[in-house]
Design a protein. Sequence first.
Length: 277
Amino acid sequence: MNHSYLPRIVRDDVLNGAQGGASPVLLVSVRSIQEAQLAADCGAGVIDFKEPSRGPLAPVAESIWKAAVEANFGATLSAALGEADTAIGLAVHVPAGFRFAKVGPSGAHSTAALAELWEQLQLNPDVELVPVAYADHDAAKCINPHQVLDLVIRQHRSRLLIDTFVKDGRGLLDHIGLDELSQLVQRAREANVWIALAGSLCIADMQKIAGQGCFPDCVGVRGDVCEKSVARTHASMKPNGLRRDATESGLGLGERRTGRLCRTRIEAWLATLGQLV
C-alpha cells in the first residue's frame, strides 16, 4: 500500500487508541480549513470534516477535502460522507490523504442491507471505512449497535463509531445505558475492533463512561468544543417536566453545533482524556 499521501503523522495512539495503552484519542469535527488548523494546533488526534448544519454525518465540499490534504496538518484526517443517499456517490472522491471515511447506517433495516451499502462504497485503498452505529437506531430506522458490531466482526473490519442520529439536545447516554455501552466496548476490545464514541458528548459524560471502567479508543466531539457551549446534564427532564436542551444556555442546539470552535474547550477535552488511562 502506498502511504506517500497519508498525513505526515499517523500515530500509533490514533490507530490503536486505548487498546494500545494510550489515552483515548480526541476526534474534533470541523467545517473548514481554519477550524481544522485550530484543532491540529491544539493537538487533536483526528480531524473529522463534516457539515453539522445538514445532518449528523453530512459531508463538506470536496474542495475542502483537497485543501485539507494540501495543508498537511500533521493529524489523521477523516471524512463524513453522510448516509446512503450521498455516501455511495461521494466515496470515490475522498482523497488518498484521508485515513478514514464514515458512513451512516440510516434506513438499513437488516445486516444484509448494511453490508450491501458498505460493499457499494468505492473508497481509495488508502482510505479505511469506519462503520457507524446509531444509539437512537429506531429514529434512524436501522439496526442497533450490537447488530452493527456483529457485522463488523463477521466481516473482519477494524473500526466502529457509535453516534447519535437525531441532534435534539439529548446525548449518547440518553439513548444507551452505561452498562450496555460498556458491554459494546468490551466486545469490540475482545474482537480487536477500534471503537469510537460520539453523540453530543460532554466532559461529564466521558467521566461517567470512564467511571464504569469503559475506555473507548477514540472520542468524537463538536458541540461541546464550540464557543458558548455548556456542558449538558444527563437528567432528560427538568423538575417541571420540560425537556432540557441546549436552549438553556441562550444558544440554540443548531447554533451550538455550527458555532466556532473554542481552543480552551478542545484543550479541556484533551486534558480530561489524558487523565483517563
